[in-house]
Design a protein around this ligand. Structure first.
Ligand SMILES: [Fe+2]
Length: 372
């Protein structure tokens, strides 16, 4: 049935099924009197449906579960389990409640009929059963059942289709995100190419900043944003002349002032964006050389005046520089790098960020191994 619902070319759901089409259905007749079973069978046989029988309520329940019918003709007065109990059980079962039940009874009092309806019967017929009436009721209820089956199937296919499309969309979004991150890393690498031609420094800054932000309990949107934004922290170096940026020796005071402008140049390059992660990148470019005690640059911000994004990027940037080789220095051993970070706790670095950094050290070292 489900195959007819999905148009494979368009991927859209189409109404190929006709829920009211006359197809062979299964009818369960429940009666403890053999003669009654045969009588109903004789009336239903010409309709072309498959007929099943049960001689009491218990047997009826078993048959409904082992081979679900499309309709039950149910006698009321039976041994073992009467018709009311059977109807109630079927209408309370998740898989059986949609099967129409027609009570067939010799009882003709209004209260018996009310009781049958209360037990969950969808309709009732009075013995002796009129053939025309029986066929009319059955045809009508089978149509309702077929329509319900159709709707149930349609809904299931629709849910599967929505689930599949959502997954596709999520994959496409992930692909776009990854493409964005790669583009950012490559552009950031272009800006740092002159003094870091491998590009691994910016990858380490990106992934390690993400780890610290996550371990500080920041929101997922902030964690994502800092992963994208932190690689751009030194994008302003593009505006620093070679003779200063690549100078192997110490910078003189005038050169140092020019070097410091990579923060404000970066801010300018990244300013006025409508995207959150670019706004965060602007903030990081501007503040990643500020120090907790106010002795940093370009503005000499102090303590909580420095945005967290800048504090996180600062510690990762410095730690990475300490462990890396430079024209003027060999890489420091890990112990020394860590002691320098500790010394900077509360002076250079935000104490909360130092604490998160120490907690995240294993993860950070793994990232360093992956991007040496
Ligand atoms: Fe920098």
């Amino acid at each position: 049935m489900s195959e007819g619902l999905l148009n494979s070319e368009s991927g859209l759901l189409t109404h190929k099924l006709n829920p009211g089409s006359p197809v062979r259905k299964k009818i369960l007749i429940v009666d403890d009197v053999e003669k009654n079973l045969r009588l109903l069978e004789a009336m239903l046989y010409p309709m072309g449906h498959d007929i099943m029988f049960a001689k009491n309520g218990k047997e009826a329940i078993e048959k409904v579960h082992s081979n679900p019918p499309d309709l039950v003709l149910l006698d009321i007065m039976m041994p073992v389990m009467n018709g009311y109990e059977v109807a109630e059980k079927l209408k309370n079962g998740d898989t059986t409640r949609m099967i129409p039940i027609v009570m067939v009874t010799a009882l003709n009092e209004v209260e018996d009929r009310v009781k049958a309806l209360e037990a969950g019967a969808d309709d009732f017929l009075t013995k002796p059963v009129e053939e025309v009436e029986l066929k009319a009721r059955i045809t009508s209820l089978l149509k309702v059942k077929a329509y319900n089956d159709y709707m149930k199937d349609y809904q299931r296919i629709l849910e599967e289709e929505v689930g599949r499309k959502t997954l596709e969309l999520r994959r496409a979004m992930d692909g776009l995100k990854n493409a964005s991150l790669e583009t950012i890393l490559r552009l950031a690498r272009a800006s740092e190419y002159r003094d870091d031609d491998t590009g691994d420094h910016i990858k380490r800054v990106s992934y390690c900043s993400e780890v610290i932000a996550r371990n500080m309990g920041m929101s997922q949107s902030f964690v994502d944003a800092i992963r994208y934004a932190s690689p751009m922290h030194d994008v302003g170096k593009i505006g620093i002349p070679d003779n200063i940026l690549l100078k192997p020796g110490k910078l003189d005071p005038e050169e140092w002032e020019i070097m410091k402008t990579h923060t404000t140049i970066g801010k300018e390059i990244l300013s006025n964006s409508e995207f959150e992660f670019v706004k965060l990148a602007e903030e990081i470019a501007y503040t990643h050389h500020e120090k907790w005690n106010g002795s940093g640059y370009p503005r000499g911000l102090k303590g909580s005046e420095i945005p967290l994004s800048g504090c996180i990027t600062a510690i990762i940037d410095v730690f990475d520089a300490l462990l890396s080789e430079r024209p003027y220095k060999k890489p420091f051993p890990l112990e020394k790098a860590l002691s320098i970070i500790e010394e900077g706790n509360g002076s250079h670095f935000d104490p909360d960020v130092v604490s998160a950094f120490m907690t995240s050290l294993d993860e950070i070292m793994k990232i360093r191994q992956l991007h040496p």
